[in-house]
Design a protein around this ligand. Structure first.
Ligand code: GSY
Length: 267
């Protein structure tokens, strides 16, 4: 494991619940640890092969100075999202300290820590109502705009027959590879938000819908909870999931079977 570390980065900015904290700058301190593979950067002695800690400091200072938050929790998450967007890193740990916080007792400092890990996730998108292509396009745009998500690959859009015996319209389907620092439940919340913003009603199970986004794989995780099953419970029976996945992730190893996606049979 390789990591770039920043300790004690000082910035004067306006964050706090009290009105005067929003006007009067006070001191905030960042500690940051970014997991990244700089083996080749070190071997070539080349800054391009690692994370530039000075650029990370610039980004954190800019994030702190250009916002005014009530909570250092929000400042910490905003910093984490900014780092994730700008740099290639597997793991981010960011602490924010507020040594001049309005606490009526002698104290050293107060602070919070956010720790996240980056996972590769495969999503299956489908639409069978209205302007189907526009719904898939909108979903991809919304994923790109979501904090903590980077869209890496999008498959071709394919026309498919309705599956499951309830929906009547033909579907347009695709698969999307994202990298995310959200947890599975946080990602599910964002997916539900994007579906709702695109007119999705949860009325008829298996029925026609403007937009459906399913999590097929979440890294190597196996999840079996009432509201989330990963890998997707029925993906092996759905050519409309497998075909686009074979296009963008042929060598992904399915965590439930250890088979590569390219070797999964179409039905
Ligand atoms: O769970 C996905 C929604 N859905 C689809 C779909 O996306 N494509 C096809 N072909 N049939 C479907 N039936 C349902 S429900």
């Amino acid at each position: 494991m390789n990591a770039v570390k920043i300790r004690g980065l000082e910035v004067w900015a306006c964050h706090g619940v009290h009105a005067d904290e929003k006007k009067q700058k006070q001191k905030f301190i960042f500690d940051c640890e970014l997991e990244t593979d700089f083996y080749h950067g070190a071997k070539k002695d080349d800054l391009a092969g690692t994370l530039n800690y000075s650029a990370v400091c610039d980004l954190l200072v800019e994030t702190a100075r250009s916002n005014t938050f009530n909570l250092i929790e929000t400042l910490a998450y905003t910093g984490v999202y900014a780092i994730f967007k700008a740099f290639d890193t597997q793991k981010i740990t960011l602490s924010v300290y507020k040594p001049q916080a309005p606490v009526k007792h002698p104290f050293n400092t107060v602070g919070v820590t956010v720790g996240v890990e980056c996972e590769t996730v495969y999503l299956s998108l489908g639409s069978s109502q209205g302007d189907k292509k526009a719904y898939l396009d909108n979903a991809i745009k919304a994923l790109k705009k979501t904090d903590g998500i980077k869209v890496k690959k999008v498959s071709s859009y394919i026309e498919t027959e309705p599956y499951g015996g309830v929906a009547e319209n033909g579907f347009l389907n695709c698969a999307v590879e994202i990298q995310t620092i959200l947890t599975p439940k946080q990602l599910l919340e964002e997916i539900h938000r994007i579906e709702a913003e695109n007119g999705r009603r949860r009325e008829v199970r298996w029925g026609d819908r403007t937009l459906d986004i399913d999590i097929v794989f979440f890294g190597n995780k196996i999840i079996d909870e009432p509201d989330l099953v990963v890998p997707h419970a029925d993906y092996l029976n759905r050519n409309f999931v497998l075909e686009p996945l074979k296009e963008i992730a042929p060598n992904f190893v399915c965590p439930d079977s250890s088979k590569k996606v390219k070797d999964l049979p179409l039905l």
